[in-house]
Design a protein around this ligand. Sequence first.
Ligand code: PXG
Length: 442
Amino acid sequence: MALDRKPAPNDLDAFWMPFTANRQFKAAPRMLVGSKDMYYYSADGREILDGCAGLWCCNAGHCRPKITEAVQKQVAELDYAPAFQMGHPLAFELANRIIDIAPEGMKHVFYTNSGSESVETALKLAIGYHKAKGDTGRYRLIGREKGYHGVNFGGMSVGGIASNRKTFGPLLNGVDHMRHTYLPEENRYTKGQPEHGAYLADELERIIALHGAETIAAVIVEPMSGSAGVILPPKGYLQKLREITKKHGILLIFDEVITGYGRLGAAFGAQHYGVTPDLMTTAKGLTNGVIPMGAVITTGEIYDAYMNAPEGMIELFHGYTYSGSPIAAAAGIATLETYKEEALFERAAEMAPYWQDALHSLKGVKNVIDIRNTGLIGAVELEPIPGAPTKRAFAAFLKGFEKGIMVRTTGDIIAMSPPLIISKAQIDQLIGTLKDVLESID
Ligand code: PXG
């Protein structure tokens, strides 16, 4: 019998790759075929040190036995269960475990399949919360320049990365943006949280005065902007946002898709910065990147407002086919257990000073103009090539891959966020190789 299987396995054309220069990649592919702990293995047989935890998601490292086994067991036992009007135990168990590590006051979990879906969900929850309370005029959403909240329409609208927005038309109505907190002149080479810029939170008062607090549902920010190039909140900034939102009855949403699950040395950015929002969006590290899953975490107050709907009626008309799916829930439970058993959040906090010193040793290296860090996250900003922005950092990424390290680039910024199991020797290898790479490119 003839097999009618097209395209041939070596034809790269059919797959439209996300956030990728498709034609460039397909002309010179970088294929990964295996992974273990801190390393990827490339198709040409090389070991690549993972400086990014995949895409900021494999916080416990790769192919960890407990997670692998939990997924294998679950797929053979209960592969899928309907998510609407039916349940299975693992989704409830995982929700409890998330609440165990969440900031005090956070009491409920709504499952999604990605960070983007978590953002859409949180924005809807916020608007619906005010409606449920009878405060029906609050529909506006406030984001921030340089914010990244995924790629769906709500997230794009509150997001502030121009290249991700400008192609797609007018987006959501009723959205405004605060200024970003990137202040290179004042904060260059700051280790950890910068001193300058808390005043930028006062701008929220100006936006509130312009639109009227009674029209604003929520403010959404990343506690630390990852995708825009690791931009930290200035000291006192998040506290001010919390005070202002509370004063005006506006919900505060922290987008913790990157900062959640240990990356800053605490379970969530909220705990690291000591500021508790009303909603948190998460994904990535929740399942160690193994199975797509996201979770929106909310206070009791938000959930309770919805629970005033008539008994027997659906309280929230929202959800996904795969919300809390059994395999994802099994992966999530095994992941949170791995984090706990290996004390990986504490490990991230312990390693952070060594990471900081290693990163900042790149000051003075060719073309480096700024270095930023927090927890096990770092960014090295390069002077752009005149007239050819992004080219220099991308050249460093390519050369790094050749020399056995994987880093990310955004604009002319090299971003790193290694698995939390990274050793000091591996930090030295990552930063040492990056130094050689930067010295060797134009
Ligand atoms: N919010 C934040 C804060 C994110 O960082 C999303 C939402 C969207 O998540 P999904 O799962 O829909 O992709 C993200 C995702 C990078 C990079 O290197 C960052 C993300 C994804 C891929 C690459 O900057 N962040």
